[in-house]
Design a binder for this molecule. Sequence first.
Ligand code: FO1
Length: 324
Amino acid sequence: MSMTHPRPIVALSGGVGGAKLSLGLLRTLPADSLTVIVNTADDFTHLGLRISPDVDTTVYTLADIVNPETGWGRRDETWNFMAAAAALGGETWFRLGDGDMAMHVERTRRLATGQSLSQITADMARRLNIPASIIPMTDDIVATIVATDAGDLAFQDYFVRHQCAPGVVSLRFAGAEQARLAAAAAAALGNPGLQAVVICPSNPYLSIDPILAIPGMKDLLHGCPAPIVAVSPLVGGKAVKGPTAKIMTELDLSVSSLEIARHYAGIIDGLVADIEDRHLAGQFDLPVLFTETLMSSLADRERLASEVIRFAEGLVKQRKSHAG
Ligand code: FO1
């Protein structure tokens, strides 16, 4: 709509919820103006294959081939490999569809030839005609360890094998301190023409914190002249999907968008919270947009994306008028 050159948007995202808003952004923005920096601390090696669940969820969602029921994996998937593996006594707790298997086999093959996860992801995205940059937060190995009342668990053991049942005591991101932020992520955030940074409604503790834990990431966000907006993953004090609310309770945090704002304090310039949390207005110490944040349909995602961008634009004006 604007006559000016499109200004890029950077999104920080985990898996399913983040990918939904990323798709809304992709469809709202001019082509090639979206960069999604994706959590890789859920990645693990399983059956000898390197699995990058949040990267794959983002790729499949933006390529419009994601399984709409689960939000991860591929649409119209077949499960012959799993059935054959089960018949042979193989491990089947982590479900890998036949088409999805091709992604893991191909990624593992290319990693063994020395290609980086960033290079492989960029090539897959190009082949699937995705007009956005999908950047794994790092090419180094970072792994979320969930300290629970049942002991330390590797992330997918906690999340899938144990269905998030153990109580969370604390979280750590092994390898994060030594990891290097992907070069393309640093370049995208350092772009002086950046319009906004959007922290997607992913789990702040499991999905966004690992990205923020990569050395240099917080400094880039602090130095970023574009407004930074987070979308709360809570609706009326409940999580839309996944264990966000359960984890917040276990960590002795109040399950509220106020707590999400507190969590991102010093990083964000504004918060997008659900209309159901309208009664909290006046209790935040930063600008808040209350709107429908549930993203059931594609239209919901596009509407939320454009509202988030418009809200961020307003924040630029606010900061300018304060400075002036
Ligand atoms: N999530 C599940 O709850 N069960 C699964 O069996 C499962 C398999 C799976 C395979 C590939 C993939 O890319 C994702 C998969 N997920 C599965 C989702 C994923 O593990 C989590 O949603 C994320 O790690 C959290 O963002």
